[in-house]
Design a protein around this ligand. Structure first.
Ligand code: HEM
Length: 415
């Protein structure tokens, strides 16, 4: 049965199990939802009503899209060795993603189908709005060692070097592919990952996953800047989803960058950064502000009055985070940050297992994250944080239309 998430049975449910083709068409035509285009500011009224973000476009949604409140990020390993089967999965995933982002149930829906078979959709998002769900897929370096893809691996998709202070846990790092699910309702994001994992059973397996709340980076400069778990406004100087020139310059892979299959794509670096928040909470306000180079209340750079005032780097201490991360200290490097806070219970030593799940998109990992992270080796913030998980992915261009699918440009022989 075809259902939207309102749980209202579609025409197909009413005409019974037999009328599949007819009913699918009806469902595709119906289920009208307010759409917001990738890279454009959300109409606040639309956001409130839990609108849908368009799935089709030249770039994948979930990058320049105004940041949603919640995250469920999953890295997968491929278990099948059959290339055709993997391509089939990418097509099935695309179809499911197309439906879920529009607020529809997967396949035949969550109930009402054959009683002898498990329902196509797990059901927990029935009745929930699209909630601006975006699903963004990426391919990790290890995928290119499979399916004879070695010569298609982009030069920019490097294995990240070891950085000073890294304490990476292999069980929370890497992955052949990833799906970033962002939504304003956590249940919608979790439902999406769960259903993709379910469709992938026997072909891919979840390697690690991360839930996030409280977006820590805004891509909508007019909105109030969110705060991270250290209590500071985070994302003040970021690339906005509306800045098409800067997106082209720093985020989207251009035609001349190569390889051709990545044009319109981007590269994603994910870092699970643990914060020693108990130590931080015993640190004086002055020291906290010195560490970032901004004040805690307004978020203004040292010596300036307003959050949006241009930072004057020389007024900051040499090891201040903003001074070291700023493009002027990194040969112009600029990242689109899209991270989320996390707290995953306690660590068994009476401390919260909390931090920042850092997500950054860029046109070239070498010119982006690697350059900035190297410069952060002397960051005063390092005393209070530790990078414990790491992954890098090539994020292919967007799905153009209803016949297109995630990864088509990479696996073009099957296209
Ligand atoms: C737990 C770790 C981190 C925390 C708490 C943190 C926090 C902050 C804060 C509060 C700001 C100032 C407001 C803003 O402009 O967004 C900032 C700026 C920035 N951070 Fe971080 N950050 C962390 C890790 C990183 C990492 C790993 C990178 C990149 C490798 C990074 C790159 C940047 C950049 C590029 C800026 C903007 C600098 C500017 O243009 O002024 N941050 N961060």
């Amino acid at each position: 049965m075809t259902q939207d998430r309102s749980g209202i049975p579609s025409r197909r449910a009413l005409i019974g199990w037999g009328g599949a083709g007819l009913a699918l068409g009806a469902a595709a035509a119906g289920g009208a939802v307010a759409m917001t285009r990738t890279g454009e500011d959300v109409d606040p009224a639309a956001a409130e009503t839990g609108a849908a973000v368009a799935f089709h476009g030249p770039n994948q949604a979930g990058i320049a899209t105004p940041v949603q409140d919640r995250l469920h990020f999953a890295a997968f390993d491929v278990t099948t060795t059959d290339r055709a089967e993997f391509v089939r999965l990418l097509k099935d995933w695309t179809e499911a993603a197309r439906r879920m982002t529009a607020g529809k149930a997967v396949g035949e829906g969550g109930y009402g189908g054959l009683p002898e078979a498990p329902p196509d959709d797990t059901g927990e998002a029935l009745g929930l709005k699209p909630s601006r769900l975006t699903l963004t897929v990426g391919f990790g370096p290890s995928l290119f060692e499979k399916f004879e893809l070695t010569d298609r691996r982009p030069d920019a998709l490097i294995d990240l070097p070891k950085f000073a202070g890294d304490a990476l846990d292999a069980a929370r790092s890497g992955g052949d592919l990833c799906v970033q699910a962002c939504a304003d309702d956590p249940q919608v994001a979790v439902h999406a990952i769960r259903n993709l994992a379910r469709i992938g059973m026997g072909k891919v397996v979840i390697r690690w996953s991360q839930l996030g709340f409280g977006k820590t980076s805004s891509t909508t400069p007019d909105a109030q800047t969110p705060r991270n778990l250290m209590g500071f406004k985070d994302g003040t100087r970021n690339i906005a989803g509306t800045e098409t020139d800067r997106l082209d310059k720093f985020v989207w892979v251009g035609e001349k960058d190569g390889p051709a299959w990545m044009t319109g794509g981007s590269y994603l670096v994910a870092r699970r950064i643990r914060m020693h928040i108990e130590t931080w909470d015993r640190t004086s306000l002055q020291e906290q502000e010195d560490i970032f180079g901004r004040d805690k209340g307004e978020g203004a750079p040292v010596g300036k009055a307003k959050e949006r005032d241009e930072p004057f780097l020389k007024a900051m201490l040499p090891d201040a985070h903003v001074r070291l991360a700023h493009p002027d200290s990194n040969n112009g490097s600029t990242l689109l940050r899209r991270g989320y806070s996390f707290t995953d219970g306690t660590d068994g030593l009476g401390r919260l297992e909390a931090g920042l799940f850092f997500l950054a998109y860029q046109r070239d990992v070498r010119e982006g994250f690697v350059r900035v992270q190297r410069n952060l080796a002397t960051d005063a913030l390092n005393e209070y944080i530790q990078h414990v998980g790491s992954a890098v992915f090539a994020v292919p261009p967007g799905v153009r239309d209803k016949d297109d699918w995630w990864g088509r440009t990479l696996f073009s022989e099957e296209a």
